[in-house]
Ligand binder design. Structure first.
Ligand code: PFF
Length: 459
């Protein structure tokens, strides 16, 4: 058995785990969900879901990872040899790899928008229309730009390949010299960029009205569907069910306090989501762009460039924002790729270089298929969806809930009795008053709520 890698410092392991959690889920999913589901009412619900469900399920994944000290499949085999529980880990690896294929493409888009912000090309046509007051035409110009870019064959591929290459360089460095070092630089940078953008948007004339929408709850919008959305947002934004937290926790030193780590990671992820809200709602309200649904790609690649076009120092804020987005995407892709790399390394006793190459090189083909599914391959349909959309739907609606359910059922009922307790208390060396509450949540509440998410996706 090769000696298991470890994170080198407390800050480093938190930066890496937070880096994984903070991604497009915080930046573009959270504002969209908040806008659609009653502003602060959704925020409050989401905060409740994060602490009642997110933290305990995260602790279950951490306990598996550090208790089993192996990859996502290996932990189950070590803790319950000869049983079929490892299948949960195998599904997690499959899910994480499929997500990786299409997330690389999105990360490529963020890289292109960053590059075009630097060169200034992003604002060639839209800005003058915006400033002449022809908002409709400016809208159309920015939307057309996004569509033309995403649906073209060649340039998105170039940027996707560049992002894959950057990932390879980081991952070849290993856990400490690659992932941890990247996170130690990128996470502080991300918070500085976020703060800078917050300062700008909060000083805009419409900031008050935007914040009022974001921070005043409309409880009439809360219904069963809203709760399901908040649950889904919790799982996605905390990177649960992807094997990432199992893999990262296998690199945690024995004295890492898992409860504290899970609370810090959840709080940081929440903080970023709230800061994104403080950036987006004031900005779109000030410029009258709240007529758009603040949805995913349109929010970041159409609505926000329109906002920047109307700010003084357009290019600067555009660079700041797309750099932030790129950093968030990069620390997430690295974490999700590590799931498969750790598996190859542990399972087949491969060197870091070899396992890295076996995992990453096929992405040049697989991510190309995802990218081209907006262009030349748009006619290829799986269950009536493009390659990209079908991978997204299959992983988020089917595989991720399956893994989370499997983790809860296994850790709650079938893992060695002492696993959760010994991991939360570091083998009895620290006190914990929450072990029994966490166990009740993992055994009963979490499986019921995850089942509700799964059923809702199909009804
Ligand atoms: N928590 C991440 C996010 O909010 O974007 C989830 C994630 C997605 C992690 C894709 C890694 C990844 F490659």
């Amino acid at each position: 058995m090769s000696t298991k890698s470890q994170f080198g410092s407390k800050i480093g392991l938190i930066a890496a785990t937070v880096g994984s959690a903070i991604g497009l889920g915080n930046v573009w999913r959270f504002p969209a969900e908040t806008q659609a589901n009653g502003g602060a009412a959704f925020l409050l619900l989401y905060i409740a879901c994060v602490f009642i469900l997110g933290v305990p399920v995260m602790l279950a994944e951490f306990s598996l990872g550090r208790g089993g000290r192996s990859d996502a499949v290996g932990v189950f085999q070590k803790l319950s040899p000869g049983k079929a529980w490892w299948i949960i880990g195998a599904v997690a690896i499959l899910a994480s790899y499929l997500i990786l294929c299409y997330y690389m493409v999105v990360a490529g888009w963020t890289a292109e928008y960053l590059w075009q912000s630097i060169t200034g090309n992003l604002y060639e046509t839209g800005t003058s229309l915006e400033q002449s007051g022809d908002i409709g035409a400016a809208d159309a110009a920015f939307a057309a730009r996004m569509n033309n870019y995403i649906c073209s064959d060649v340039s998105p591929l170039i940027f996707t390949y560049a992002v894959i290459a950057v990932n390879i360089i980081v991952l070849l460095g290993g856990v400490q010299k690659g992932i941890e070092r990247l996170s130690n630089i990128m996470m502080p940078l991300l918070f500085v960029l976020l703060l800078a953008l917050c300062c700008v948007t909060l000083s805009l004339p419409g900031a008050g009205a935007g914040l009022k929408f974001f921070l005043s709850p409309d409880f009439s919008k809360i219904n069963a569907g809203t709760v399901i959305n908040a649950l889904g947002q919790t799982f996605f934004s905390l990177s649960l069910g992807m094997g990432i937290l199992i893999t990262y926790a296998s690199y945690y030193p024995a004295d890492t306090r898992l409860t504290r780590t899970s609370v810090i990671v959840s709080l940081m992820s929440l903080l970023v989501a709230v800061m994104m809200g403080c950036i987006i709602f004031p900005a779109v309200t000030t410029f009258g762009l709240d007529r758009h649904p603040l949805e995913g790609a349109t929010l970041v690649f159409v609505t926000l460039p329109e906002v920047f076009a109307q700010l003084p120092a357009t290019q600067l804020w555009s660079i700041v924002f797309f750099l932030l987005l790129f950093v968030a995407a990069l620390t997430s892709t690295v974490s999700i790729a590590e799931v498969s790399i750790a598996f190859m390394q542990d399972r087949f006793k491969m060197s870091r270089v070899k396992s890295c190459m076996i995992v990453m090189l096929p992405l040049f083909v697989l991510s190309s298929l995802c990218s081209l599914s907006f262009g030349s391959l748009s006619g290829v349909k799986i269950f009536d969806m493009s390659i990209f959309d079908s991978l997204d739907a299959f992983t988020t609606n089917v595989l991720l809930p399956m893994v989370s359910m499997g983790v809860c059922v296994y850790v709650g009922w079938f893992a060695p009795k002492s696993l959760l307790k010994s991991q939360i208390t570091n083998d009895g060396t620290i006190k914990s008053r929450i072990t029994s509450i966490v166990l009740v949540i993992i055994r009963y509440l979490a499986p019921v709520l995850i089942a509700a998410i799964m059923i809702s996706k199909f009804v």
